[in-house]
Design a protein around this ligand. Structure first.
Ligand SMILES: [Zn+2]
Length: 370
């Protein structure tokens, strides 16, 4: 309770903690002492005012503990070393030559000493590793139930990695991990109910309900990208046809450019065309945005989130993509029209993965794999 209070309020005195939690001052003093012993809390400098000595503010000792975050992609792993506030201390992208589980695990294991050296930190400071994997992931068992992108099925990924690196490992779907980071230290800090939409190589929309990620009964909630948008349409990576992501995620945008011009385009070249306000690029984004907004409205009608935070590489395209999403969502939403806010930097995927580990500091009921 105290850790979560400090996470949302920032540093406060013991007396304020007692006031805000309803705990007795003696209980607060006792718990704070215990958490300071574990190096989870630290006293910050008191600011002295005109009336003399001010009470000493207590804060979470964000700097003293480290977490690794790994976001698995087909051709690379985004790797980060963060403190407890998921502030990046070291970043790197590791190339993936082998997408089999053993290959991914070896690539992760090899980056750990590199990241520690880059940040000049010690292995003993690591509290955990978070790995985000696109797919259906059960975070309580650490199982990857399926990941069509890597062709994985019923894989105890957390256990396998923990055995290799001897550090507790937590895993979740990549969009869920982004939502966890938003819940802890992003837009979601002030919202109990919100949706986290991600648009990049795929599309996903994780739901945070009453402050918890909603996984559904088979870890398959939030898979907005696999809603059928065009019956018998393009083949999706999941093996089905016409999924929203097959008709509106980044690979579709590039294919669409090729179909309409007859020549292929790289992602970077497409991004520059958007920046130069090229008509065709803008029209493709407008079509994709409208399609996404149409399905986002259905999500809003079902879940009534307070706010929708948008992440993923496609956020780089800015209002050219976001405005049509917003416009169509608002046109099709029945009653509420939640605000759509972009919050994205290139390290957000990896930081989200690290948040899978750091969130355990704020949630003592769950235990790690390994
Ligand atoms: Zn699909």
């Amino acid at each position: 309770m105290i850790l979560n209070l400090l996470r949302s309020r920032g540093p406060i005195s013991r007396a304020e903690m007692a006031h805000l939690t309803g705990l007795s001052p003696a209980a607060v003093t006792f718990v704070v002492a215990e958490l300071m012993e574990e190096a989870l809390l630290v006293e910050r400098e008191a600011v002295s005012g005109a009336t003399g000595r001010r009470p000493v503010p207590v804060d979470i000792n964000y700097e003293a503990h480290l977490a690794f975050g790994f976001k698995l992609n087909r051709y690379s792993i985004n790797c980060v070393l963060t403190d407890l506030a998921t502030t990046p201390l070291a970043l790197l992208d590791a190339e993936v030559a082998d997408t089999r589980p053993e290959g991914m695990i070896e690539t992760i294991a090899a980056t750990i000493p590199k990241l520690l050296a880059q940040a000049d930190r010690q292995e003993s400071e690591i509290m955990g590793i978070g790995v985000s994997i696109p797919g259906e992931i059960d975070p309580t068992t650490g199982m990857c139930i399926q990941s069509p992108r890597f062709g994985w099925k019923d894989l105890p990924f957390a256990e396998l990695l923990a055995e290799r690196v001897h550090v507790p490992v937590w895993i979740d779907d990549d969009v869920n991990a982004f939502a966890v980071a938003q819940k802890l230290f992003g837009v979601g800090r002030d919202h109990a109910n919100f949706a986290a939409l991600a648009i990049g190589a795929g599309i996903g929309c994780s739901l945070v309900i009453k402050g918890e990620i909603y996984h559904g009964s088979h870890s398959a909630a939030g898979k907005m990208g696999h809603i059928t948008s065009v019956p018998n349409g393009r083949l999706c990576e999941c093996g089905r046809k016409g999924c929203l992501m097959a008709h509106a995620a980044e690979p579709f945008m590039l294919d669409e450019w090729q179909n309409r011009t007859g020549s292929a385009i790289s992602r970077d070249a497409f991004a520059s065309s958007v920046e130069q306000r090229d008509d065709l690029a803008l029209s493709i984004l407008s079509d994709c945005g409208s399609r996404i907004g149409r399905h986002l409205a259905d999500m809003v009608n079902l879940f009534d989130p307070e706010i929708i935070v948008v992440g993923g590489e496609a956020v780089q395209f800015g209002e050219a993509l976001l405005a049509p999403i917003r416009k169509t969502m608002e046109a099709f939403a029945f009653f509420t029209r939640p605000e759509l806010v972009a919050d994205w930097v290139p390290s957000s995927w990896a930081r989200g993965a690290a948040a899978l580990a750091t969130q355990r500091i704020f949630d003592f009921e769950r235990s790690p794999s390994g």
